[in-house]
Design a protein around this ligand. Structure first.
Ligand code: KIV
Length: 272
């Protein structure tokens, strides 16, 4: 039995630290609503991320930029009501923390107070150091996010792998250390070379959770709707699909349409 399952009824930031110390990998998935959160938590996930990928997955936007703080709080509070065990991390959305540390703290406090989640996540390193410190000083645990940071997609211009060149890799390593020193409890590394991600994970005491960052890190995160095959057009190399729900649901719904039209449904047994 895993360290987390044996020793902890509820996963906390300390659990994650213990897991890294014991060499136990951390499992993390996104969820944005109550029903999915109950399933993901019941299946034994360690961390649930209420990601701003809700902007894409739930609202159909092309990027994560449009989602608002109020919308994130709505998603987070729905998730909180469905979770017993996992640690819940909520993304601070674009525009809610970059302008100044006081606004960052206000946004983080709203997430914690109004949703009941356990921690927040922010994208970036040195540039947002003061905001991170301010949030941590208020006793709110912070997860960092480096590498491909989707809130900066218009700066990058592409979703391709980050930090392949020496200069960007060095900045990423320095930022990772800075986040650890500032007091972040973990870092997500998105879409960076596996060798670099492993080096970062090995150099830090806090857990490094990867997405498209290879298996040398301390845990993995995926967007739930991608890993259960509900999204159709997204095929990055790092994604493993465990189900093909888009097709399965289409088949089931087509069958329902046929059954309604042919008056096969409801049958005698399905009425009062
Ligand atoms: O918003 C999100 O889902 C994320 C993950 C991709 C790590 O930040």
């Amino acid at each position: 039995m895993s360290v987390a399952q044996k020793d902890y009824k509820k996963v906390t930031v300390k659990t994650l630290s213990d897991m890294k110390a014991h060499g136990e990998k951390i499992s993390m998935l996104t969820a944005y609503d109550y029903t999915m959160a109950t399933i993901v938590d019941g299946a034994g996930i360690d961390v649930i991320l209420v990601g701003d990928s809700a902007s894409n997955v739930m609202a159909g936007y092309q990027t994560t930029l449009p989602i608002t703080l109020d919308q994130m709080i709505y998603h987070a509070s729905s998730v909180v009501r469905g979770v017993n065990r996992a640690l819940i991390v909520v993304d601070l959305p674009f525009g809610s923390y970059q302008s100044d540390p006081k606004e960052a703290l206000r946004s983080a406090i709203r997430i914690m107070k109004e949703s009941g989640a356990h921690s927040i996540k922010v994208e970036g390193g040195k540039e947002i150091k003061e905001s991170i410190k301010r949030i941590l000083n208020a006793g709110i645990p912070v997860m960092g996010h480096l590498g491909l940071t989707p809130q900066s997609i218009y700066k990058f211009g592409t979703f391709s792998v980050r930090a392949k060149e020496e200069e960007e890799a060095e900045k990423l390593k320095a930022d990772a250390l800075l986040l650890q020193k500032a007091g972040c409890f973990a870092i997500v590394l998105e879409k960076v070379p596996a060798k670099l991600a492993k080096e970062v994970a090995e150099s830090l005491d806090i857990p490094v959770i990867g997405i498209g960052a290879g298996n040398g890190v301390d845990g993995q995160v995926l967007v739930l709707h991608d890993m259960i095959g509900m999204t159709k057009e997204f095929h990055p190399r790092f994604l493993r699909r465990y189900l093909n729900l888009y097709e399965d649901m289409t088949t089931a719904i087509s069958q329902y349409v046929d059954d309604v039209k042919s008056v096969d449904f409801p049958s005698d047994k399905e009425q009062y």
